[in-house]
Design a protein around this ligand. Structure first.
Ligand SMILES: [Cu+2]
Length: 310
């Protein structure tokens, strides 16, 4: 019994570890530029690259500030220490010049960061001229994708893949490390064309969810009774499968509603849409009426066995 418990504990631990790895490894998807694995993914859209650039710009500004501030602090501590005979200056209680300097410098730094950040925010909000729109609805705990425009009518749910779902169950006995793309795979991914501005219209049918694919630099809340917009355009040549997750704490199974996007060339996407429409048409075709059952009534001739008996 003890052995079993220990085994179950190990499985639980490995499930936890694998879940953490799954989150950390989100960017390890096909065609993605994942920087060095310790940083944000550079991603495969102009937006994700712009976000990465902004992130690095702010990072280096912070490094510069830290070097200057800590440098002056450490220098002062060492050079003007009491053991060297330093005496505190108690006469300087106010300096307008110093106050102006330490107000203007941070304001300039903030402006340097705010200008490119505002530019990116404006671009993120600009959903004009999108070529494909898809309604995305969050549910506890799955996504529904309803296509519009040329793919109007294509409509399906995307849920956690069965192997991950089995492995995640308490005491399942399945080592999550043996499951490919554990908690990051679905039964039916969202399929989109590359080189196309795709607009998502996000909403929810229950609680607040958030659709997030790091490699696209795309993340937005799906709120019940409200429609949020989001757009992305994957660079041509970067076709592949990209993974993300619901990024809002949306309830018990929050960690089990991944987002998987299959980016295909426009031609392959067109073929996929035709296949989906053909499948929908077939599903909508009514089944042939069943053959009528033989009626045994007064007018019907009696069964042969009865004739023999008579
Ligand atoms: Cu969710």
């Amino acid at each position: 019994m003890r052995v079993n418990r220990a085994g179950a504990g190990n499985h639980r631990d490995s499930r936890l570890l694998a879940a953490c790895c799954a989150v950390a490894g989100l960017s390890g998807t096909a065609g993605a530029n994942t920087s060095n694995g310790y940083n944000l993914p550079i991603g495969v859209t102009d937006m994700s690259k712009a976000l990465y650039g902004l992130h690095m710009e702010v990072f280096w500004i912070c490094v510069g500030i830290a070097v200057v501030v800590f440098g002056i602090m450490i220098y002062s501590l060492v050079m003007f220490r009491q053991s060297k005979g330093a005496i505190a200056d108690t006469t300087m209680v106010h300096s307008t010049k110093v106050e102006i300097i330490w107000t203007i410098i941070p304001v300039l730094i903030l402006v340097v960061m705010a200008v490119p950040a505002a530019d990116i925010i404006l671009k993120q909000e600009d959903t004009r001229n999108s070529e494909l729109s898809i309604r995305v609805t969050g549910y506890q705990w799955k996504w529904q994708y309803q296509y519009m425009n040329a793919a109007e009518g294509v409509d399906f749910f995307s849920t956690l893949k069965q192997d991950s779902n089995f492995a995640r169950q308490l005491d399942s006995g399945i080592d999550p490390n043996t499951v490919k793309n554990y908690l990051l795979d679905v039964d039916k991914p969202l399929v989109v064309p590359s080189g196309t501005k795709v607009r998502l219209l996000l909403t929810s049918m229950d609680v607040i969810h958030a659709w997030w694919v790091p490699d696209f630099g795309a993340k937005r809340s799906a709120i019940p009774g409200y429609v949020n917009e989001l757009w992305f355009k994957v660079d041509p040549g970067k076709e592949g499968v990209y993974r993300g997750q619901c990024a809002a704490l949306c309830g018990r199974d929050h960690g089990f509603m991944p987002v998987v996007v299959d980016v295909r060339t426009p031609d392959d996407f067109k073929k996929w849409v035709e296949e989906q429409k053909a499948a929908l048409k077939q599903a909508a075709t009514p089944l042939p009426a069943p053959a009528p059952l033989p009626v045994v009534g007064a007018d019907a001739s009696p069964p042969k066995t009865a004739q023999v008996l008579n």
